[in-house]
Design a protein around this ligand. Sequence first.
Ligand SMILES: Cc1cc2nc3c(=O)[nH]c(=O)nc-3n(C[C@H](O)[C@H](O)[C@H](O)COP(=O)(O)OP(=O)(O)OC[C@H]3O[C@@H](n4cnc5c(N)ncnc54)[C@H](O)[C@@H]3O)c2cc1C
Length: 452
Amino acid sequence: MAQRPHVVIVGGGFGGLTCAQSLADEPVDVTLIDSRNHHLFQPLLYQVAMAGLSPAEIAAPIRSVLHEQRNASVLLAEVEAVDLTSREVKLVGAERDSLRFDYLVLAAGAQNHYFGHDDWARYAVGLKDLDDAVEIRRRVLVAFEAAECMHDPVEQKRLLTFVVVGGGPTGVELAGALGELARVVLARDFRRINPASAQVILLEGGERILTSFPEKLSKRATRDLAGLGVEVRAGTRVTRIDETGVFLGDQHIPSATVLWAAGVRASDLTRGLGVPLDRTGRVLVQADLTLPNHPSVFAVGDMTSFLHQGGSPLPGTSPVAMQQARHVAHNVMASLRGQPMLPFQYVDKGSMATIGRAAAVAQLGSLKLGGFLAWLLWLAVHIFFLITFRNRFAVLFNWAYSYFTYKRGARLITGHRLTAGPSRSSLALAPVAESAPPPAPTGSGPQQAPPR
Ligand SMILES: Cc1cc2nc3c(=O)[nH]c(=O)nc-3n(C[C@H](O)[C@H](O)[C@H](O)COP(=O)(O)OP(=O)(O)OC[C@H]3O[C@@H](n4cnc5c(N)ncnc54)[C@H](O)[C@@H]3O)c2cc1C
C-alpha cells in the first residue's frame, strides 16, 4: 500500500490543534509535536494567576483531545530546528532525533519579550504558560502573607504594592483581577493588614490603555479599573526593574510583585529557518501562509506576521491562529490534489477584554459594548471555546461559585518553602529555584533538568 502524505505540525496550541483537527477526515497521516503535553486555553491564564481557576480547568492533554482521530499521532518533544532542505524537523526529548515530513505546519506561538532586558524576567514574571500563572499566583499570595507578618510599615507598603507593566488586554485583565482579589476576595481573610489597602498600578507606555480598541472603550476600561482600585498611569516608560521595584526614569515605585504584560516575540524556532522575519522574530508568511520559496511549509498564528490584508500585521489572537490553521489544512489538501492554493482572508469577529468579575469591553464590528453586558458576552464566548465539556462545566461551576460567594477555590500557594531563606519576606520574593538547596552530587555525571 502506498504511504500516505505525512503532515507534521509543530505546536498544539490554537493553531496547531485546529490544523490537526481540520485534517481528521483527509487521507494524510498527521504528527503533532509539542514540548508540552497539554493544549492551553491562554485567554483564561490570568484566572489561574489570580487564583480564580485551577490549572487543570484551562488545559487539556493534547493526546486525549486527539485520541479519537485515527490519522493523528502526538509526540511530546521539542523541535529545536527545521531542515527545510532535507525536509526534517530536529527533535529534543524524544526517542528519535528527527522526523521527516511531506508538509510542515509551524504553529509554535510566541514567548515573553523584555525588549533587550532579559534580566527583568527574574523580577517581572510574564504570563504565557501554566508555570508562569502558578508562579504569579504564588508571588501575589505570598506577598499578602508576608505583609501580614511584617512590622516595618515601609516594607509592608512595598509588599502591598503590585505593578503590572503593559496596558494591553492581558495587563488590563491582570490588573483588574488583582484589584478585585485585594478589595473583594481577600478583604476579610487577614487580621493585621487590610488587603483592600493594596495598591495596584498599571503602567502603559502609550497614551492610553487598550490601544487596539476605540478610545471610548479605553476610557471606559480606565474608569472600570479605577472602580477596582487600579491606578492607570499611561505615557510612562519603564527604565529598570529590580528586586526593589520599578523605575520610571528618576521615579521609583517600591514593589515586591511586578507582572510583565508588555510584549511577546515569536518562538525561537523562527530564527533558524533562513526566511525573512519581522522585528519580533515573526515569519513574514506569503498570502497562502507558506514560507517564501517553500510551498509545502506553512506557518500560522502568533509566530507569523501576515501583511497581505490592509498592510499591518494581523493581531496575535486565537481566532487568527484558528482561521489560519483551517486555511492551511485546506491548502495542504489543494496542493495534494494538484489544485491552486488560495490566499488567506481573515474574518474579524471582534475583540474583547475583561475587567474583574463584572465588567468588560467588547468591539464587534461597529458595536461597542462596555460593563456587565460585555462581560456576559465575554463569559459566553470564552466558555464556548473551551476545549472539552468537562472543562466548560468545571469553569462555569467555579465561576458561578466565585461570583456568588466571593471565594476563590484555587487560592493555593505551591512551590514555597517556609523553612529556607533568611527571613519570611525575602523568601517570599525569591524565585523558587533560589530557595531550593543545590542538587546533591549523585556520582553519575551532571544532573539534567527534567524536560518542561
Ligand atoms: C495571557 C494571555 C491571554 C490571552 N487572551 C486572549 C484572548 O482573550 N483572546 C484571544 O483571542 N487571544 C488571546 N491570547 C492570545 C492567544 O492565546 C494566542 O494568539 C494563541 O494562543 C496563538 O495560537 P498559536 O497556535 O499561534 O500559539 P500557542 O497557542 O501559543 O501554541 C504554541 C504551542 O507550540 C508549542 N511549542 C512552542 N515551541 C515549540 C517547540 N520548539 N517544539 C514543540 N512545541 C513547541 C507550545 O508548547 C504551545 O503549545 C492571549 C494570550 C495570552 C498569553
